[in-house]
Design a protein around this ligand. Structure first.
Ligand code: ZN
Length: 319
């Protein structure tokens, strides 16, 4: 009897052991499965979190980009933001410090200063535009370019560059041919819309400032300049003459010292100084003098260099 039952007992033991192993295995699976799932889920949640943060950052930058396109301003506080926007535009740099909504400047507000100086360059783009832009960047200064309708590839590239680097683009007529521009209000209007569209099409900017070829006090136009000034006012475009002339448009090429002197000597006498210079192929000394002009102005007390915005007090030669 005992001999016969032994194999049966062995078989039972083996079954019990198999059962035990299965139970242990099941318990292990029940324990490991939730832990493993939790780890996977945690990873997913973290990934989503990161995406949300990145999306928020992206939206913030988009808001800034829109705000900047609406309002091209070179205000000191905005310099950082402009850089962020430009870098964002090139998709190179991730913004590390989040900017809260309060930081989005709703309109161009000029900083307070006893002396506001506006560097303006007429007649560009030219072969010197890039040099001028580089000098302005070196000193972190924004200026205003009153451009002409030049359709060649280099000019279009420079026009975009002026805008991208945060300077103000103003209109200086499309053709700059006095006889054509000032022939009649119709001719003036046609030329105005051409330069307006030229800037809009190539930069997306709706320019709101204008400089008359020869200034508003030119003696070339047979028609009273007030007629053209009224036309601009109807378009809600402001015109800007100047109260400081570099003198760089004369028949004689001025040397650097004279240009620096012309541009800077009278600034302390004015609350607003709009300086006339030229971005033109025939005016190399203007580019040579520019660093010294900027350095002298930056060294002046309570004086800031700004781009023209809708906040700028205009200088008019005619009243
Ligand atoms: Zn001009």
């Amino acid at each position: 009897m005992g001999e016969e039952q032994r194999p049966q007992g062995d078989a039972r033991r083996r079954r019990v052991q198999r059962l035990k192993r299965m139970i242990v295995l099941l318990v292990l699976v029940w324990m490991i499965l939730p832990v493993g799932l939790s780890i996977v889920l945690l990873g997913k949640v973290r990934g989503l979190n990161r995406q949300i943060i990145e999306t928020q950052e992206y939206l913030r930058q988009m808001e800034e980009t829109v705000a900047q396109q609406v309002q091209m301003t070179g205000e000191e506080q905005q310099t950082g933001k402009e850089q962020q926007t430009q870098q964002f535009g090139r998709k190179e740099v991730i913004v590390t410090s989040p900017v809260d909504d309060q930081d989005i400047v709703p309109a161009a507000v000029e900083p307070e200063a006893a002396h506001k100086v506006y560097l303006t360059f007429d007649d560009g783009p030219s072969k010197y535009t890039e040099d001028i832009l580089d000098i302005l960047d070196t000193y972190d200064v924004k200026a205003t370019f009153f451009v002409l309708g030049k359709e060649n590839e280099h000019s279009l590239e420079m026009l975009k560059e002026i805008a991208e680097r945060g300077h103000t683009i103003g209109m200086h007529s499309y053709s700059h041919k006095y006889a054509d521009v000032y022939r009649s209000v119709e001719d003036f209007s046609a030329d105005f819309y051409r330069i307006y569209s030229y800037i809009l099409d190539n930069t997306g900017i709706q320019s709101t400032c204008y400089r008359f070829p020869g200034g508003s006090s030119n003696t070339i136009s047979d028609i009273d300049m007030h007629v053209f000034a009224d036309f601009l006012a109807e378009q809600e475009v402001e015109f800007y003459d100047w109260n400081i002339s570099s003198g760089d448009a004369g028949s004689v090429l001025l040397d650097v010292d004279t240009l620096v002197q012309n541009c800077t000597a009278d600034i302390s006498r004015h609350g607003t100084s709009i300086i006339l210079m030229h971005d033109a192929a025939s005016r190399p000394t203007t580019v040579e003098a520019l660093p010294q002009i900027i350095e002298n102005i930056l060294a002046m007390e309570d004086t800031v260099i700004l781009p023209i915005t809708e906040d700028t007090t205009p200088i008019h030669h005619i009243h």
